[in-house]
Design a protein around this ligand. Structure first.
Ligand SMILES: *[C@@H]1O[C@H](CO)[C@@H](O)[C@H](O)[C@H]1NC(C)=O
Ligand SMILES: *[C@@H]1O[C@H](CO)[C@@H](O)[C@H](O)[C@H]1NC(C)=O
Ligand SMILES: *[C@@H]1O[C@H](CO)[C@@H](O)[C@H](O)[C@H]1NC(C)=O
Length: 367
């Protein structure tokens, strides 16, 4: 690992404040909104020149300069961009959370070479760097940017980091008594629950932080974002954040595991492109994937009475809105941390691409 990197850019409003005060659609939009808060001031106008809002069916109101409205574009048009469906996730052949977590393990990754979310992030970043140099067309940059914003959301959703049962889509569970599936619990249910149980004080604008308020759009999740920033980014995780934005020096293909396997009989899966010292999706995704074996993929679904077997073809649904599951996740601030990491890392990359902000991009802190 590098030493804690120098932060290239800190929003200046801290300095000017004299005293100390201090993944469904919502998930993707929250990641994009947090990113927008941390953009270098010159970057947002550039992004909004690149994005062709007219192609996204947005109302004129939505298309004022915000990036959240296009954060789910890649999902909305998945059906007529079928080639892109595999770009939203990655999974290792050996992965079977929660009993064995492989990322990628001995066999390597499932799928087609270059067609996964981690390689997708590198592809679209390179295309956008090409746009800055005048080598990528405006149309290609428009598409690449919409994918980039989306991929930072997907790559921080743990269920997008495994191929087991289609990332949990095939695992039927209940949440609040309603049938759903494990993937959807992480896309939507946990966020919906969190946004509906925010202390009342966060419904009001946070004083002294106009950069936060300017990025909000009157959404139901605004109070949630204020809380994530105020209690999470400014407090709980303040010391860790420089580490979130850093990348290890070593540029290694996929993992040591996969290399070991090459020496002992070869992989059957694919390899991914190496991380670099600014964009390291594999390094960032690894701890997200680890969560699957740390309580996020409930082990009960593999045990009686919930395990589906020939003798038990219609098992009862495991309820996940319980103290042991949603309560545990809430207490650990797991969802909030994933959203915050996705947002800050996205801001860092956008600042790097479009403002040449040294290595790391922005972060703001409590003053
Ligand atoms: C997908 O279909 C919609 C209309 O159904 C269209 O407006 C849009 O341009 C299409 N997107 C692509 C990338 O072809
Ligand atoms: C790279 O991104 C471009 C722009 O969005 C896309 O058209 C292309 O299919 C991508 N290629 C891969 C291998 O992901
Ligand atoms: C809002 O209320 C919560 C709980 O009462 C408290 O912990 C938090 O510090 C308050 N936040 C602000 C910004 O006042």
């Amino acid at each position: 690992m590098r030493l804690v990197p120098t932060v290239a850019f800190a929003l200046s409003f801290c300095a000017s404040i004299p005293t100390a005060y201090a993944w469904g659609p919502a998930g993707h939009e929250i990641v994009a909104t947090i990113a927008q808060i941390y953009l270098h001031p010159t970057v947002l106008p550039t992004l909004c020149t690149i994005i062709d809002f007219s192609s996204t069916n947005l109302s004129p109101l939505d298309s004022t300069c915000h990036i959240a409205p296009i954060a789910t574009w890649a999902d909305r048009y998945k059906s007529n961009m079928t080639w892109s469906a595999q770009l939203h996730f990655i999974g290792a052949l050996d992965d079977h959370p929660p009993s064995s977590c492989a990322f990628p393990g001995k066999k390597g990754w499932a799928g087609t070479k270059r067609v996964n979310v981690l390689d997708g992030m590198k592809n679209v970043t390179a295309l956008l760097q090409g746009w800055v140099k005048g080598e990528t067309s405006d149309d290609a940059a428009n598409e690449a940017l919409k994918f980039l914003i989306h991929f930072f959301g997907d790559s921080h959703q743990p269920m997008h980091m495994t191929g087991r049962e289609r990332g949990g889509n095939q695992v039927k569970v209940a949440f609040g008594g309603k049938e759903t599936n494990l993937h959807a619990v992480w896309d939507d249910s946990l966020i919906t629950k969190a946004t509906s149980t925010i202390p009342q004080n966060y419904t009001l604008p946070l004083p002294y932080y106009p950069e936060i308020e300017q990025a909000l759009r009157g959404s139901s999740y605004d109070p949630y974002i204020r809380r994530i920033i105020r209690e999470g980014i400014f407090q709980k995780w303040a010391d860790e954040i420089p580490g979130w934005l850093s990348c290890p020096d070593a540029v290694k293909p996929t993992s040591v595991d996969a290399q070991a396997a090459l020496g002992s009989g070869g992989t059957t899966g694919i390899e991914i492109l190496p991380d670099n010292d600014v964009l390291c999706p594999y390094h960032w995704a690894k701890p997200t994937h680890d969560l699957l074996c740390d309580g996020v993929w409930p082990k009960e679904v593999d045990e009686p009475p919930y395990k589906r077997t020939d003798k038990n073809p219609q098992p009862p649904l495991l309820e996940l809105d319980t103290p042991a599951y949603s309560g545990m996740i809430g207490q650990r601030w797991l969802v909030e941390k994933q959203l915050a990491q996705g947002g800050l890392r996205l801001a860092g990359i956008l600042n790097y691409i479009f403002a040449g902000q040294g290595q790391r991009g922005a972060f703001i802190e409590e003053c």
